[in-house]
Design a protein around this ligand. Structure first.
Ligand code: AMP
Ligand code: MG
Length: 524
């Protein structure tokens, strides 16, 4: 059964009512009359019209005297606009919390498991969904993160600091550049408003975009509230809008669980393949669309360490690099539990979860073959890959630099005369790497592709540029001093992570010694 037509009429009635309310508000508030890029967008606020229980309608609390920090040209293009369309004072004021015409801001409610423990109700404690906007790629929701307190703020102040906002902005767009599903970031605005964390910092807001911000925790919420009717309404929305193929399955909710499981498993392979560590894989940070969501204490691997923990707050290492796939699978089980009132058959739910391991395994295997430049698969490949990862682990070789150098494995390097070229320099035990190189070279000899084609293919999957912590840190330090050019420059470099960018060679270098002392925590 589809509820989309009744949803649509409810949505248009709610939209008309809200437009009238907004006109009244604007008449009473001349400051809101300014027309800017956001006022001119075609708003269609599907989520807010779904059910009043899904959140609380409320306006953001604007930041005082906002300034623009950075915009993403490719995110702006999603809205069919150039990035400078948001640079005027009125647009900056909107991104700092002034409600645009046609928007119907709300904070969504959800719950979740944090660090494996049921945390109860959470919700958008510092995010306001402005509404949806029609684009060529369908409806995209716009959200302000850091836009003030909501009923879900608990002990928080509803704000985000400039530091974490820059990190979220840069990483959202960097992940998109890497071809990894993610929420997007259109822009950051800042303000001198002080925000107290470990020290006093200043406030900022990131304008995020995604087709939906619904999380696994959105479903867990209605399970904990014993409201299968609302679970169903939410699931119907997600199925009808994002997974329409599930509607034709015998059990659309079991099919939904399977589809989300598959997307999540694929996402994990993509994270692992670029050395991305999320840091806080709580179920409230897991997107129902399989997007990377909620950038906090994330990190890209520098020196390879399977046990790397990027989040200083995660003392047990629950979210260590090597554990991410298993945690994602555990999170899918939480989603399954939340959907049980709709699926109502344990075996069907288990069957929906079953694809996680094979899908992840296949996607990871394909990603590793691609990283090694292998277009074919042989039974001996696993041994070759395992031996390489043991080497990377023992030498703590830089993950990104190694795979990028491996692209030049066969390049003439007569001056060095080293088998494996510059990749070899990253290993402490060079004899062991030499031995691996012999096996790798003979494996390459069994490939149908010539070396040039292989190198081109390898460079398209092994990024040269990733958002290392120290690169973000340098941009943050400069931004705190009022110079935002580094944020913009880094964003531009990371938009083309696979391209050689000779003028940006320093951004692809091994991290400086101080990088290993950087601590990133949940504080944001
Ligand atoms: P996170 O793990 O950062 O995704 O956040 C977990 C929960 O805490 C979410 O419900 C957030 O909205 C909320 N939260 C985090 N920081 C703040 C803050 N400064 N003010 C209000 N709520 C917050
Ligand atoms: Mg979160």
């Amino acid at each position: 059964m589809s509820s989309s037509s009744s949803d649509a009429s409810a949505a248009s009635a709610a939209s008309a009512a809200s437009a009238a309310k907004h006109e009244a508000h604007r008449a009473a508030n001349p400051g809101a009359q300014v027309d800017n890029a956001f006022d001119r967008l075609r708003w269609r606020n599907r989520f807010v019209a779904l059910a009043p229980e899904f959140g609380t309608r409320l306006a953001p609390t604007p930041l005082p005297d906002p300034y623009l920090v950075a915009t993403s040209a490719s995110a702006a293009a999603l809205l069919d606009l150039p990035s400078d369309a948001f640079a005027d004072a009125a647009s900056v004021a909107t991104m700092a919390g002034r409600v645009p015409r046609g928007a119907e801001p709300m904070a969504a409610v959800y719950s979740g498991h944090q660090f494996g423990v049921w945390a109860g109700q959470l919700g958008d404690g510092r995010a306001h969904l402005l509404g949806g906007v029609d684009t060529k790629q369908g409806l995209i929701e716009l959200q302000l993160k850091g836009a003030g307190e909501t009923p879900y703020s608990r002990m928080g102040d509803g704000r985000a600091v400039l530091r974490s906002s820059i990190r979220e902005f840069l990483c959202s767009e960097a992940m998109h550049g890497l071809g990894i599903p993610t929420t997007r970031a259109l822009a950051i605005v800042g303000s001198a408003q002080p925000v107290v964390r470990e020290t006093v910092e200043t406030a900022a807001i990131v304008l995020r975009m995604a087709p939906s911000f619904v999380r696994f925790g959105s479903f867990e919420h209605w399970l904990s509230r014993h409201r299968p009717d609302l679970s169903k309404r939410l699931a119907d929305h997600v199925v009808d809008t994002f997974y329409p193929e599930c509607r034709d399955a015998g059990d659309p909710y079991a099919a939904l669980l399977a589809a989300v499981t598959v997307r999540t498993a694929r996402l994990m392979a993509q994270w692992q393949a670029v050395g991305f560590c999320h840091g806080v894989m709580n179920t409230d940070n897991m997107s129902i669309l399989g997007l990377t969501l909620d950038y906090g204490p994330f990190g890209f691997l520098d020196a390879f360490d399977a046990n790397h923990i990027c989040n200083h707050t995660d003392q047990q290492g629950r979210y260590a690099y090597s554990r991410q796939p298993a945690v994602a699978r555990w999170n899918c089980y939480c989603l399954a539990e939340a959907l049980m009132p709709l699926i109502d058959d344990v075996e069907r739910a288990e069957a929906s979860l079953a694809p996680f391991e094979p899908v992840f395994g296949e996607a990871m295997d394909a990603a590793l073959h691609a990283k090694l430049g292998l277009a074919t698969t042989l039974p001996t490949d696993q041994g070759l890959i395992d031996a390489l990862f043991a080497l990377l682990q023992d030498s703590h070789a830089d993950f990104t630099v190694f795979f990028r150098r491996l692209c030049d494995f066969d390049a003439p390097d007569a001056a060095r005369g080293a088998p494996g070229g510059l990749a070899r320099d990253l290993f402490i035990d060079r004899e062991r790497f030499n031995a691996w190189s012999v096996d790798y070279r003979s494996r390459l000899a069994q490939e149908p592709r010539d070396a040039t084609a292989r190198q081109v293919a390898m460079r398209a999957v092994n990024p040269k540029y990733v958002l290392r912590n120290h690169l973000a840190e340098a941009a943050i330090v400069q931004a705190r001093a009022g110079d935002y050019r580094e944020v913009q420059r880094l964003n531009a470099i990371l938009a083309r992570p696979f391209d050689e960018q000779p003028e940006a060679a320093a951004y692809a270098a091994l991290p400086p010694a101080w990088a290993s002392h950087l601590e990133v925590s949940c504080s944001s």
